[in-house]
Ligand binder design. Structure first.
Ligand SMILES: [Zn+2]
Ligand SMILES: [Zn+2]
Length: 326
């Protein structure tokens, strides 16, 4: 999914809030930069499914916040790019990085980190190179970055970003040959519908926008699916999570059934708010039970904006957050 203000139509962008960081970075304002420095993780890393990439980015942020020596206020990088070509917003536009080695270097360039290891997964994929290029272009177009591009090791004693990635940087960080992920329109997966699936449920599981999924498959409400149906999954999806329209308070009445309760339950399960159940585990279903209400209440208590009234009955904001939180 492309985003207003993103580097190009093909950029697969994951906003801070979509991966679980506060919406804006508290880091120092940066009016402009010489350019962009490329980094890697510098630790062992293994190739993984994209659904696990946001977990990893969250872990990097937690690791940085716990770093007493550096006293980081936020994840250190300006952006991070996974092997699938997604650009995770780090400190973002016009924020000083903490990753370049010292304050002078931090003021000089943005810092973009490839989720690439010093062992394990060490060679960038074409999708990753395209994502890195998207990030560079984004900082140039919207963050007043100049045209300089280099590696962390330029002007600082480190092996970062590793030899394979540094070789690409020294060639000027070009789009890889073929660039099949460049416009995102060609790479595509298929998903086979199983019993109990809903369009929105599939979208959640695959981390794609449900409205885009509907569009790509030419579906219109009420989005009827049949078991065994092949659904096209666009690679360009994966932007910020979106919530379907709020079904109204009348959908959530104790002892009553409503399809929206099943949908709500799927989000509770996705987010892990399932400790109240009848002894057989918490399962999605249309009946709004006391267990549902208590699990919703747990969700509400976990969020400052909802915690003042954790009654367990979803209002519009609870509904929205249940879908958009990671
Ligand atoms: Zn580095
Ligand atoms: Zn990924």
């Amino acid at each position: 999914m492309s985003l207003a203000g993103a580097g190009g139509d093909g950029m697969k962008f994951v906003e801070r809030e979509a991966w679980g960081a506060p919406s804006s970075s508290p880091a120092t304002y940066l009016p402009s930069a010489r350019g962009v420095k490329i980094h890697y993780l510098g630790s062992p890393y293994t190739s993984r499914k994209h659904s696990l990439c946001d977990d990893y980015v969250r872990a990097v942020r937690a690791d940085h916040l716990a770093n007493v020596k550096e006293n980081y206020v936020d994840i250190a990088y300006s952006a991070l790019v996974c092997e699938h070509g997604y650009v995770f917003e780090g400190r973002g536009l016009h924020r000083q990085t903490g990753a370049n080695g010292n304050q002078d270097l931090n003021r000089k360039d943005y810092a973009v980190c490839a989720l690439l290891g010093s062992s394990g997964f060490t060679k960038p994929t074409d999708a990753m190179l395209n994502g890195l290029r998207d990030a560079i272009d984004w900082f140039r177009t919207h963050g007043d970055a100049g045209t300089w591009v280099g590696g962390h090791r330029d002007g600082y004693p480190t092996s970062c970003p590793g030899d394979p990635l540094y070789a690409w940087v020294k060639r000027g960080a070009p789009r890889p040959d073929g660039g099949k992920d460049d416009d995102g329109g060609t790479a595509e997966e298929k998903y086979t519908v199983k019993a109990g699936d809903t369009l929105i449920g599939i979208a959640r599981r695959l981390n794609v926008g449900w409205n885009e999924l509907a569009k790509v498959n030419g579906m219109k409400p009420p989005y009827t699916l049949y078991v065994g149906q092949e659904v096209r999954v666009p690679h360009t999806s994966g932007g910020p999570r979106t919530a379907p329209p709020y079904p109204g308070r009348e959908a959530f009445v104790l002892g009553r059934r409503h399809p929206a309760v099943t949908e709500l339950d799927r989000q509770l399960v996705r987010l892990g708010f399932t400790r109240h159940h009848d002894g057989n585990g918490y399962q999605p279903g249309p009946l709004f039970t006391e267990y549902t209400r208590r699990n919703v209440s747990d969700l509400q208590r976990s969020r400052p904006e909802l915690a003042s009234d954790p009654d367990g009955y979803p209002g519009p904001l609870t509904w929205e957050l249940a879908h958009t939180l990671s």
